[in-house]
Design a protein around this ligand. Structure first.
Ligand code: A2P
Length: 217
């Protein structure tokens, strides 16, 4: 019945403290603002607009999506495969409500999403489900490759897209398609992977406290 369905959340994940959410949002806004002004970005603007001459304001282009978090397991109230098993996992139960420190090691932008890559520790990987990378068809990437925080989505784009965009960039990296190194920015080094895919590897990863919990919606 409906009550039984409600016993599992929409998703489990690490939720950033609200004070650091603002900091992460600011960093991401700064990045978008700077990217927007680069000549090399303007050169590839048609990836975003479909028309070379049109302008795009990246800060307007992406819409924020709720509280900042890194999804571990999308349960869809129990409808997603493996949801029940994940919720009953002893490590998940043990760490539920615990504080962690997440390391954000890169920011990325595509015509669909903007996000932060999360580099998980061995301990954090214990909370990572078995198969989110394979589910997305990326069988050869290491576990945890999909870990990310959605910072914004273009119109009509669902947040699930952010992890898929990250996996796409990481697959290109793994295939030794090094991307086009663009320039050193204050925050780190910027690389272009074609088709509007930009990756900023942060010089100093952003460390942020986050609580492992779940969201019912
Ligand atoms: P993400 O983790 O990239 O932000 P929604 O609001 O669309 O129901 O999504 C709720 C959260 O669950 C979002 O954080 C979203 O993406 C994540 N999510 C939605 N669908 C999936 C899915 N199929 N697989 C993994 N994560 C998902």
């Amino acid at each position: 019945g409906p009550l039984e369905e409600m016993s599992l959340p929409l998703f489990f994940g690490w939720f950033l403290l609200s004070s650091v959410q603002d900091k992460v949002r600011c960093t991401s806004m700064d990045f978008l603002k700077t990217l927007d002004t680069l000549e090399v970005f303007k050169k590839h603007l048609s990836d975003f607009t479909g028309k070379a001459e049109k302008e795009v304001d990246l800060e307007q282009y992406f819409q924020a999506k709720g509280t900042l978090h890194c999804t571990t397991k999308f349960c869809d109230y129990g409808k997603a495969p493996g949801a029940k098993e994940y919720a009953q996992n002893t490590t998940v139960k043990e760490f539920y409500g615990s504080a962690f420190e997440l390391s954000l090691s890169a920011l990325f932008v595509t015509p669909r999403t903007v996000g932060a890559r999360v580099s998980l520790t061995e301990e954090q990987l214990l909370l990572w489900p078995a198969d989110p990378e394979e589910e997305a068809g990326s069988t050869s990437l290491p576990r945890g490759s999909r870990a990310h925080i959605t910072l914004g989505c273009a119109e009509h784009v669902e947040p699930v897209q952010t992890g898929l965009d990250l996996l796409e960039i990481e697959t290109l990296q793994q295939e030794h398609q090094q991307g086009e190194p663009i320039e050193e920015m204050e925050l780190g080094s910027l690389t272009y992977y074609g088709e509007g895919r930009w990756l900023l590897t942060l010089r100093e990863p952003i460390c942020t406290p986050a609580c492992f919990s779940s969201f019912y919606g």
